[in-house]
Design a protein around this ligand. Structure first.
Ligand code: NCD
Length: 316
């Protein structure tokens, strides 16, 4: 395993298999009364979040705490960045205190990569602009394997605001690495430029037609319409987006029986996903959240504690 997790490019299919094995052990721990493992006792992890987050930050915090690490949360609001301190000064300052790992989210694509170049400790990218969100991709793929078994040859549809989605960029890399066939679907205005060349290179398909793709998918992953990253009008009205690209109640009938529905959250209910889909028996949205803790425990464990103690501690 590489030192940092900045992108899905940092892990091989074998690394992912190892991460999933440990995550499965961690998932069992999650169901116990007493959830603490001693694996990261004496280690300190900082969660440095320059962008809003509910699940990712708390998931990393819980993951670190259940591994007995000391976890400190810092956000841009309330930190010295709001006084004009540079990113480099901020990260050098917090790491000078003697921390062992840094989890960071930033609105600039490439920020985690840049920070990793300044530091000796492992850096985990918890989302950088519209670039990557590798732990989300890992937890999504892990959730899918729990529902479908091996992803080899399985057809996964990723639908929504692709242009602004780091979840899609990491997700497509992770799923194709695991042998899945991926089709990404968006309106033309939310299809990233250059995707034709990339999709050919990386071996995934693109489509503008949700109704044609849904019946062929073994699982469907809906993406949030990221209004906060949009400066202009990408679609005429919310209603038109829903009619064209939302997972509506009517479209549920197009899905294969039992096909899981994923969404990384936060969901815009009624826009990209209807309540009937979000709350369907086949909805895996809360499974994703629960898998998120297990997968992040696994990532923190492998990056901060090293591989030799995996089974020792997970078995305790
Ligand atoms: C995603 C993110 O922040 O990139 N959310 C998440 O991490 N659970 C997706 C989103 O914000 O739509």
């Amino acid at each position: 395993m590489k030192k940092h997790l900045l992108s899905i490019d940092d892990v091989t299919a074998d690394d992912i298999a190892t991460l999933f094995e440990t995550a499965a052990e961690m998932h069992d721990v999650q169901r116990r009364d007493v959830k603490k493992l001693p694996a990261l006792r004496g280690k300190t992890v900082i969660n440095l979040f320059f962008e809003d987050s509910t699940r990712t930050r708390s998931s990393f915090e819980i993951a670190g705490k259940w591994l007995s690490a000391d976890v400190i949360n810092l956000s841009a609001k309330g930190s010295s960045t709001s006084k004009g301190e540079s990113l480099r000064d901020t990260v050098l300052t917090v790491t000078a205190m003697g921390i062992d790992g840094l989890v960071m989210r930033h609105s600039a694509s490439g920020a985690a990569q840049q920070v990793a170049g300044w530091l000796d400790i492992p850096v985990i990218n918890a989302g950088d602009g519209t670039h990557e969100h590798p732990t989300q991709a890992l937890l999504d793929a892990y959730t899918l394997t729990r529902h479908l078994g091996s992803l080899e040859g399985r057809h996964i549809a990723i639908i929504g605001d692709l242009t602004h989605s780091r979840v899609f960029r990491s997700g497509v890399k992770c799923l194709t690495k695991l042998g899945a066939e991926v089709t990404v679907v968006a309106p033309p205005t939310l299809m990233p430029s250059g995707i034709t060349a990339w999709s050919k290179d990386a071996g995934f398909a693109t489509s503008y037609d949700v109704d044609a793709v849904l019946p062929t998918a073994d699982a469907v992953m809906m993406l949030r319409v990221q209004k906060e990253r949009m400066s202009g009008g990408y679609f005429p009205t919310a209603r038109e987006y829903t009619v064209g690209y939302g997972l509506t109640r009517d479209r549920l009938k197009l899905l294969k029986d039992g096909a899981p529905i994923l969404h990384p959250g936060p969901m815009n209910r009624g826009l990209e996903i209807a309540p009937e889909a979000a709350d369907a028996a086949t909805s895996a949205v809360l499974d994703q959240v629960s898998a998120g803790v297990a997968v992040r425990m696994s990532v923190l464990y492998h990056l901060l504690a090293g591989p030799s103690t995996t089974t020792d501690h997970a078995g305790e």
